[in-house]
Ligand binder design. Structure first.
Ligand code: CUA
Length: 306
């Protein structure tokens, strides 16, 4: 997670401002330290030297050191303001992919209204296409941040912030909530996959499909899921319609569980189901007191939802 490896137009613009500031302060530091060194050596006290002329007030110098910093600030301010206005522009390109980001305590929901896709904690984007994010805060203030791609922009209840960027390189990126939002703030991550247009299309088509019918091995898990409290909070299209937790219709297609915390494997999911608050303190999903067999059956079912 580094802002120094930009993979979007948005981040390149910000990095160009960083570069200007870095070079400007490096130049200033060189001038100041060189001047200081020279003065220390040239005018240091030697035995027998008389007190130098004492100066009080020097109009030219004072004008000089007022104007010079103002010029430096101007050199930094002009590109900074340009980038702020460019990245804040509210206009969206007509062919932009729309993504609604909802920050929840403590996970991310991603909705693609044009594609009728809903997912969680794993954001997929096509390379080279502008994305227009609308940021919604259903509970408290979060901050949407994918260091290599862009952000941080706050996700504020009662206010719709937007963010626009074009991912420029396919790959896997990581994002993180960047505004303290409660006890599990540090465990509010996301995985971001930037794909080729074709791979993104395939992903979207798979996400649009209804939940897979369970195999024989997973049937017990599906029955358990439907009987337990899971259905009150989670959606698996065709099985349940809860809205408090992540949509699980294609849970098995995601690579992490717990908002980016662990690899999405049967063992990890079973451990998570047995004691969510123990593994992620503060999480709203309660400990349902599952037996090992129940947790395993549920995990097998959930991972089949690809
Ligand atoms: Cu959400 Cu910090």
């Amino acid at each position: 997670m580094s802002t120094l490896t930009p993979s979007s137009d948005f981040n390149r613009a910000i990095l160009s401002v960083y570069a200007i500031i870095t070079w400007a302060v490096t130049g200033i530091a060189l001038v100041v330290f060189a001047g200081l060194g020279w003065i220390l050596l040239r005018y240091r006290e030697r035995p027998g030297t008389a007190l130098p002329t004492q100066t009080r007030g020097h109009t030219l110098l004072e004008i000089g050191w007022t104007i010079a910093p103002a010029l430096v600030l101007l050199v930094i301010a002009i590109p900074t303001l340009q980038v702020i206005f460019r990245t804040q522009a509210a206009t969206r390109p007509p062919d932009a992919l729309e993504v609604t980001v909802r920050g929840w305590q403590w996970w991310w929901e991603f909705r693609y209204p044009q594609l009728d896709v809903v997912t969680a904690n794993e954001l997929h984007l096509p390379v080279g296409r502008a994305v227009h994010f609308t940021l919604e805060g259903p509970d408290v203030i979060h901050s949407f941040w994918i260091p290599s791609l862009g952000g941080k922009r706050d996700v504020v209840p009662g206010r719709l912030n937007t963010l626009r960027m074009t991912p420029e390189a396919p790959g896997e990126y990581w994002g993180q909530c960047a505004e303290f939002c409660g006890v599990a703030h540090a465990n509010m991550g996301m995985r971001v996959v930037v794909d080729t247009a074709e791979a993104f299309e395939r992903w979207a088509t798979a996400q649009q499909a209804p939940a897979a019918e369970p195999s024989e091995a997973a049937a017990a898990g599906r029955d358990l899921y439907a009987r337990l409290a899971c259905v009150g909070c989670h959606t698996i299209r065709g099985v349940s319609a809860g809205v408090l937790g992540p949509d699980l219709t294609h849970f098995g297609s995601r690579r992490t569980v717990g908002a980016g915390m662990w690899p999405n494997t049967v063992d990890n999911v079973a451990a998570w189901l047995k004691d969510p608050p123990g593994l992620k303190p503060g999480v709203k999903m309660p400990n349902l007191g599952l037996t090992d067999e129940q947790a395993d059956a549920l995990a097998i079912y959930l991972l089949e939802l690809r």
